[in-house]
Design a binder for this molecule. Structure first.
Ligand SMILES: *[C@@H]1O[C@H](CO)[C@@H](O)[C@H](O)[C@H]1NC(C)=O
Ligand SMILES: *[C@@H]1O[C@H](CO)[C@@H](O)[C@H](O)[C@H]1NC(C)=O
Ligand SMILES: [Ca+2]
Length: 307
């Protein structure tokens, strides 16, 4: 009995964990801030997003470099989702961002001219040739704007291996990036055919089925435990209420039967059992410690007679 109840509890607990994991998974992409990562190499596995800074605007007088490195066999796709730096003045940027094709700022630039201002002169994406790309953000002493947000993704070209997702544009990305509400392919194909809960349609059907099956199993366990308990109790009641004819017509007083009992028949505090007794009967409990832990109950008609 007790093990079954514990199993049901453990199972429910497990279900809650799985559910909360499924929910937290849709909580979005890791967000970093370039201002806080200056001079660093940031390695990542699948994808992350980065804002220029933690404030509403970026800071003045920055010269901040950051190398972003994908796992080997991948290259870095940087998708610019928001961009606003101080506009160029007579053809020269005063605040600007550059992307370099390698592990430091000495690598050739991926953008032919410094990026500043906003609008159509800003490319939607930049791609490194190798595992790493290095960003450099330079700002002067006046004029701060909202800055940028960039989604970085580790990608490689088809054919895709394992369960990696094949984008419509022949790039491969980690399957966890599908339907996470962020475009990581660059053509939004990883966000196609997703439901409003942020799951791909097929994954969500499987999840609903799993949750439903889990519910049925938990319910069946609970019903099973309750039925078992009720049946047990009624069996015990029937047993103690049955009239026992010790002195039947043959005149021979037969010894009262002995019945095995366990602690589950006790009502009341453990160690101080209060037994259910049928009216007119005394109950004597004997513990046979020499033969292990077996406990016996013997019932006698109302008298002082003991066995
Ligand atoms: C980046 O560097 C690689 C060599 O490491 C080169 O083949 C590739 O053309 C470069 N890409 C750009 C856009 O400069
Ligand atoms: C990157 O931008 C270019 C030019 O807008 C576009 O042709 C290309 O499809 C884009 N690539 C990705 C992976 O988004
Ligand atoms: Ca995505």
């Amino acid at each position: 009995m007790a093990p079954r109840v514990h199993q049901a509890q453990a199972f429910s607990f497990y279900c809650i964990i799985v559910l909360s994991m499924a929910i937290s998974k849709s909580n979005g992409l890791t967000l970093e801030f370039m201002e806080l990562l200056c001079g660093r190499t940031y390695t990542f596995d699948t994808s992350f997003q980065m804002d220029s800074g933690t404030g509403i605007t970026y800071k003045n007088q920055l010269d901040c470099s950051l190398t972003v490195t994908a796992p080997s066999g991948h290259f870095v796709l940087a998708l610019i989702t928001r961009f606003e730096l101080e506009a160029a003045f007579s053809g020269t940027c005063s605040d600007y961002l550059d992307f370099h094709n390698g592990t430091d700022t000495s690598a050739p630039k991926l953008n032919p001219t410094d990026l500043c201002g906003w609008g159509t002169n800003i490319p939607s994406n930049l791609t490194s040739s190798g595992q790493s790309m290095t960003l450099r953000l330079v700002t002067d002493s006046t004029g701060v704007y909202h800055g940028f947000n960039i989604v970085f993704t580790a990608v490689y070209s088809e054919p895709c291996t394992g369960s990696d997702f094949a984008c419509a544009n022949q790039l491969c990305i980690d399957p966890s990036l599908r339907c996470d509400n962020y475009d990581q392919c660059g053509d939004k194909s990883d966000e196609d055919n997703c439901d409003s809960y942020g799951g791909s349609s097929s994954i969500n059907v499987a999840m609903v089925a799993a949750v439903a099956a889990t519910g049925v199993v938990v319910l069946a366990l609970i019903v099973g435990v309750v039925v078992y308990k009720v049946r047990d109790r009624s069996r015990w009641k029937r047993f103690v209420n049955t009239h026992i004819d010790y002195d039947d017509e043959d005149g021979i007083v037969e010894p009262p039967p002995s019945y095995p009992i366990t602690h589950k028949y006790y009502k009341g505090v453990r160690g101080q059992p209060a037994l259910y007794t049928s009216p007119g009967h005394h109950v004597k409990v004997t513990s046979d410690t020499s033969a292990g832990s077996s406990t016996e109950i013997q019932m006698t008609p109302g008298s002082n007679e003991t066995v």
